[in-house]
Design a protein around this ligand. Sequence first.
Ligand code: ADP
Ligand code: MG
Length: 214
Amino acid sequence: MTDTIDTATLIDWLHRFRDAVTEKKDWLTELDSAIGDADHGANMSRGMQAVAEKIDAAPPATVDELLKTAGMTLVGSVGGASGPLYGTFFLRMGMTSGAVAELDGTALGAALRAGLEGIVARGKAEPGDKTLYDAMSPATSAFDAAIAAGEDLGAATAAAAGAAAEGRDATLPLVARKGRASYLGERSAGHLDPGAASTTLLFETLAAAVAARG
Ligand code: ADP
Ligand code: MG
């Protein structure tokens, strides 16, 4: 039996991510009010609601069409830094996936890696800059390592979610070097990065969607 994630499961993922950022909107905003401008919850919730409405109106049949639609919708509906960054992540994932109906572990790993590289190309984040990169990069590496070790998609996405959460928590003492939080300098230390928090939700909901596959 081949272990894959199909378009329907990826659609479920995007819905679950919409639900998670909407449920945790106040928390994400609280994190962003400490070191930013208090809009990260609203940005993510509004953007993912727009994505869900777009794909519900005309569900894409292929992985690339789905992820490119999600990316373009985020870029078009979110003004803050997170719109172009998450938008680029999904766009690059889609471009790498191609017009297929499902992805196996290796293909999903390549898509996640391409998404991460798109975020770096766009925002120039480096490890320890206190950005969503600090959750996404360990998550992607943990996913790749699990697949290389012969784990299935359920175990690999769970490992990615755990690594994202660790990366998020490790942003607490960091001094921000990118984005709005960097304007605070040393005063940004002692707070979790909001984008690393939403990225952890991204990987937790991916694991949940994979676990719930029919
Ligand atoms: P804005 O900062 O424009 O108000 P958001 O509040 O929605 O946008 O998003 C803030 C998050 O975006 C930060 O917590 C950080 O994780 C992420 N971020 C900001 N700049 C960058 C960057 N250059 N590279 C990666 N992530 C970034
Ligand atoms: Mg903000």
